[in-house]
Write a protein that binds this ligand. Structure first.
Ligand code: TYD
Ligand code: MG
Length: 453
């Protein structure tokens, strides 16, 4: 039977499809990258012709569901980030900048997973380099197999033989498949390799973790398309100045996002940080001006963060505005609210703000703490060290409710705080029976400032 459908012409570099062949790709502009691809809908034609097919539609009612089989991870932080363990046959992408510790994290996981079989494939380092790294880590796994290879077909063939619980591939940018005529790391290779690995993972029920490099611009190098193909995307980040590292789930088909895991990079690997609030808080002397603690939620976990502000008379024509670890536009909004609703004239002043420790967060509940830190510096009056804050600031200066006030209160109490300012609306239905910490409900920002200064 003659095959129906038309040949499409695809650029092997960027994946753009053309109706007819051309020497230069009209999307990425590269020359001689457009190749003809046969239509891939053959199965459908077979079915039309009465031929055999592998898969058939099934009534949803008859689909068996027993929850996914999950591998419990011997790493509390990763277990949390995956929201209950690694799902069998799932494909995960661990993305991060070079040098942040991706290989260390995964090798450590591979070692700790013992006696389970783990297959660690590296296209970046030699077996000896991996061994050297493993020597620094205080765990052993007799069933960990390492393999330095970049040819995907070979990797999958051995994976099939070893049948590991987890296959780790470091990194997706270094592997290539014969099916695509393009250099490793190019869009076409990365896309095709990921598609192959995905099929392999699902069919053979082997969980795969891919390492992906992030470029300076913060993009997962080459293909953003990768993010759509995989089941879960974890981002590994951390400031090089600080020793801690954060794994954040930004996508998870099998669990909640975002979830957050915190580690400390030590000489013998990444150490789990059981109480991150302590890590992000400094021992401040009582009476320090412009430093206020906010209770944030990072995924399902409450973490206390220190906000700092410095408001000073400007020496330039234009007042300076600078925010580290906090959205600059949000800070400008808070300054406008403070000026209009609370009478803080910051128009002619330099304002610098910072979230100590360098943890990036977009929890709006930090607004109240940041506003109080700015007011503290403006008035040159300290805020009591035993007071924490949680609340979103609205445009009319109202304090808007935030999620999980109960968890924020419990975390603050655990760290020895004696009172916490929170949205008045959040008090409704809040169980305060077991609290030794005193909740201070506020409806307006001006109310909070009045109570403080
Ligand atoms: P690495 O895991 O190679 O980063 P990536 O794979 O993301 O590029 O290593 C990151 C850094 O961690 C490297 O500079 C060395 C350091 N390191 C430690 O501080 N302690 C250790 O135990 C190990 C193995 C590495
Ligand atoms: Mg590496």
């Amino acid at each position: 039977m003659a095959k129906r459908g038309k040949t499409v012409f695809v650029c092997v570099e960027c994946g753009y499809k053309h109706a007819k062949w051309q020497g230069q790709c009209s999307s990425c502009g590269k020359w001689n990258t457009v190749v003809g691809e046969e239509p891939t809908t053959e199965t459908h034609f077979k079915r039309w012709a009465g031929g055999e097919v592998g898969r058939v539609p099934v009534p949803l009612e008859e689909v068996q569901f027993g929850g996914e089989a999950r591998l419990v991870l011997p790493d509390g932080e990763l277990q949390r980030v995956f929201d209950g363990g690694l799902v069998e046959g799932s494909l995960t992408l661990l993305a991060g900048e070079p040098g942040i510790g991706k290989s260390t994290l995964l090798l450590q996981l591979a070692l700790r997973l013992g006696p389970q079989t783990v297959f660690y494939v590296s296209g970046e380092e030699s077996e000896r380099q991996i061994k050297m790294r493993a020597e620094r880590l205080p765990v052993k796994n007799p069933n960990l197999f390492v393999y330095c290879e970049t040819w995907l077909e070979n990797v999958l063939a051995y994976a099939l033989e070893l049948k590991p619980a987890v296959l780790i591939l470091d990194s997706i940018q270094t592997v290539y498949t014969d099916d695509v005529d393009a250099t490793p790391g190019s869009m076409a290779q990365v896309r095709e390799c990921t598609a192959k690995i995905l099929r392999f993972a699902k069919e053979k029920k082997i969980s795969v973790v891919l390492v992906g490099h992030i470029t300076k611009e913060g993009m997962i190098a080459g293909p953003k398309v990768l993010e759509h193909m995989v089941d879960a995307v974890l981002e590994f980040e951390g400031d090089k100045q600080y020793n801690y590292r954060i794994v954040r789930s930004v996508k998870n088909r099998f669990g909640r996002t975002p979830e957050l895991g915190v580690y400390e990079m030590a000489h013998d690997g990444l150490r789990e940080v059981a109480n991150p609030s302590e890590l992000f808080m400094t021992e401040m002397e009582p009476g320090t001006v412009g430093t206020v603690v906010g209770a944030t939620m990072q995924g399902a976990r409450p973490i206390l963060l220190e906000t700092q502000a410095l408001v000073s008379d400007t020496t330039f024509n234009y007042p300076q505005r600078s925010a580290t670890g906090f959205d600059l536009r949000r800070m400008n909004m808070l300054l406008a609210v403070l000026e209009k609703r609370c009478g803080l004239k910051t128009g002619g002043k330099d304002v610098f703000i910072n979230v100590a420790g360098g943890l990036k967060t977009d929890d709006p509940a930090l607004d109240l703490a940041m506003s109080c830190a700015i007011a503290s510096s403006y008035r040159d009056l300290p805020v009591d060290r035993k007071t924490a804050f949680a609340g979103e600031v609205g445009l009319s200066g109202e304090i808007r409710p935030v999620s999980r006030v109960d968890l924020r209160l419990a975390e603050a109490q655990k760290l020895g705080f004696e009172r916490m300012f929170l949205p008045a609306a959040a008090m409704k239905g809040l169980d305060v029976s077991g609290l030794t910490l005193r909740p201070v409900p506020v409806a307006k920002l001006s109310e909070a400032l009045f109570a403080l200064f």
